[in-house]
Design a protein around this ligand. Structure first.
Ligand SMILES: [Cu+2]
Length: 187
């Protein structure tokens, strides 16, 4: 805005490819890119009225390809659901612009399996946020930022066995809009 219009326009043309490159390596430029925040609340069966059925509210949203998306999850769940088998890798933060997520403001790369309550995982986009157990009677806020580079409708899952049935994968875990949902990325 400080520059004459023509100069600003040509500057933008020159900087655009650089900004894209900077975003891809996660080093700089994110502040200048479109940026949205998607806030979700993760409630327990006691809170949503269905015992044993935790739920992520605002489970489906739409963002634009190439924009910076901060996922903010406010979890009230004080129960753990340690990861097992092939899902144990989801104790790692994946696909974020910094390689980390913020847990109560603290940057971390991983959450110990024993402390995992849920995950928010978009496997096709390579994005994963492990959600640690919340202190009883309180909430914990977990945030992470990613940039979707593919257009489409992508299903997210929780991969912690927080549902019902012998393996914890039933009930909320296998019901759309509870522990799984759809994220749309548009051009
Ligand atoms: Cu879960």
């Amino acid at each position: 805005m400080k520059h004459p219009m023509a100069a600003a326009a040509s500057l933008a043309l020159v900087l655009a490819p650089l900004a894209g490159g900077a975003l891809a390596t996660g080093t700089a430029g994110a502040a200048a890119a479109p940026h949205v925040v998607e806030t979700m609340r993760l409630v327990t069966g006691h809170m949503d009225g269905k015992a044993g059925w935790p739920r992520i509210l605002n489970s489906s949203w739409t963002v634009k390809k190439g924009e910076s998306v901060t996922v903010r999850i406010i979890s009230f769940d004080d129960g753990t659901a340690p990861l097992v088998g092939n899902y144990m890798k989801y104790d790692q933060v994946m696909g974020t612009t910094t390689g980390k997520e913020l847990v109560a403001g603290k940057p971390v790369k991983t959450v110990s399996d024993i402390n995992v309550a849920h995950t928010f995982t978009l496997p096709t986009l390579g994005f994963n946020m492990p959600i640690p157990v919340a202190p009883t009677g309180k909430s914990i806020v977990v945030t992470a930022t990613f940039v979707p580079h593919k257009v489409g409708t992508f299903v997210w899952h929780c991969y912690a066995p927080c549902g019902s049935g012998a393996n914890g994968m039933g009930g909320a875990m296998s019901t759309m809009t509870w522990m799984t949902g759809k994220i749309r990325v548009v051009a």
